[in-house]
Design a protein around this ligand. Structure first.
Ligand code: UDP
Length: 397
């Protein structure tokens, strides 16, 4: 099957990592069209996945942009839509992975008469999108032949916003299990390595390392973890992994201010964007997820489970589907630093129970999030769409 994948981002976020894993299986016949140069196309090239930068122009529209900003971007969108429409004639279907890719893909698919698939990685709600953007997503996605939602939460929000439920299939992100299980066998070595880069405590107590793996963005709630540190023993150290990907540098500065005003400089370490996530997660004593708005899926939660590291997540959106509270991890109310601190402290005090929970979570994640299985589900759905289209062309009604 020949697929033209489309993604607006030059940066490597969760949606792009997911797309790379899907596109890999079609690399011999397909192309990933990206709307900006950057770490994402680089990542694809390293994996021998064909990639093409489709525009040199920056598309200004943000998730919370209004009608006027959308109109202003039209002069940049039209040439891009024409390019994609031309290009897509060489492919069996168009696969839009992000919101702007949906806009471009939907209009190009009308021109080239190729079926459109939309991979929904977002919760289409007022928490995340302006009214105008929600309307655009729903109207265009309803024209797609298939919508793949990354969680039940994303599916439900889509339907609530007016999306057609009959074309939505929920397929969770899949993960290459080897990458994580291999690290889990080297836990002690990885922990020693990580401890060596952290500041030593005066009384030589070993640190209890609480990792947070996410781009720096207000709704990802790194500030909630920093606030929680105040209610934890002095050896609890936060490791913040991730960078401000989408112009949210001011939030990074705000976090540094918060750390300074709470006198926590010696207990927080920023590592910036990293590509050794399984190694770092394995070395942590606990992974925290602290999003203050519903998380569409939460790749980091599954990754921590696969590493066999205990994980606590904010109870909203897809996170609730991933963790069974008290069985395979913990859930806390979004934004509640005190409840988060309680879990961190319990986890430190009851190490063997936490380990048992993490082991159960690892088994659950191995069963439910295997990339080979999710890729098979996706390729079966795509074959159905593409066969259906071929039949429609041969037997027009
Ligand atoms: N990630 C990464 N390097 C970092 C921080 C995060 O590779 O420094 C990865 C992380 O392992 C996860 C993805 O980025 O696979 C983030 O996905 P998630 O669903 O948690 O959030 P999103 O970015 O999609 O909102």
């Amino acid at each position: 099957m020949k697929i033209l994948f489309l993604d607006q981002s030059g940066k490597l976020g969760g949606a792009e990592l997911c797309l790379a894993d899907i596109a890999q299986q079609f690399h011999a016949t397909s192309l990933v069209g990206v709307f900006a140069e950057g770490s994402f196309p680089e990542y694809l090239r390293k994996r021998n996945i064909p990639v093409k930068i489709l525009t040199q122009q920056t598309l200004q529209v943000q998730k919370n942009s209004g009608f006027l900003a959308g109109l202003k971007s039209l002069n940049r969108l039209i040439p891009l839509i024409t390019t994609v429409a031309q290009l897509s004639k060489q492919y069996d279907l168009l696969y839009a992975n992000t919101q702007k890719a949906l806009v471009v893909g939907a209009l190009a698919s009308l021109l080239s008469r190729r079926p459109l698939v939309y991979h929904l990685h977002d919760i289409v709600s007022p928490d995340h999108f302006s009214t105008v953007n929600r309307r655009i997503i729903i109207t265009l996605a309803n024209r797609a032949a298939l919508v793949i939602a990354n969680s039940q939460a994303s599916r439900e929000a889509f339907i609530q916003a007016g999306g057609h439920g009959d074309k939505v299939h929920v397929i969770y992100n899949g993960f290459n299990l080897e990458n994580y299980l291999h690290c889990a066998n080297q836990r002690e070595h990885l922990q020693a390595e990580l401890v060596s880069i952290l500041p030593q405590l005066e009384d030589r107590t070993p640190p209890f390392i609480v990792g947070h793996f996410s781009r720096l963005s207000p709704w990802k709630g790194q500030d909630v973890l920093i606030e929680a540190l105040q209610y934890c023993p002095h050896n609890v150290t936060a490791l913040l992994v991730g960078d401000a990907l989408f112009g949210e540098q001011a939030y990074g500065q705000q976090l540094h201010q918060q750390i300074k005003s709470l006198n926590l400089e010696h207990r927080v370490k920023f590592l910036g964007f990293r590509s050794d996530i399984p190694q770092l997660m394995t070395a942590c004593d606990l992974v925290t997820h602290t999003s203050t708005a519903p998380e569409p899926f939460g790749r980091v939660i599954v990754e921590a489970m696969l590493c066999g590291t205990p994980v606590v997540a904010a109870a909203a959106g897809g996170a609730v589907e991933l963790i069974d509270h008290g069985q395979t991890g913990w859930l806390t109310p979004p934004g509640d630093a005190k409840k988060l601190a309680d879990i961190i402290n319990t986890c430190q005090q009851q190490a063997s129970q936490s380990k048992a929970i993490a082991q159960k979570a690892q088994q659950r994640a191995i069963q439910s999030f295997n990339l080979a299985a999710t890729n098979l589900q996706i390729s079966q759905l795509l074959s159905r769409i593409s066969n259906c289209e071929i039949n429609n062309i041969r037997n027009p009604s």
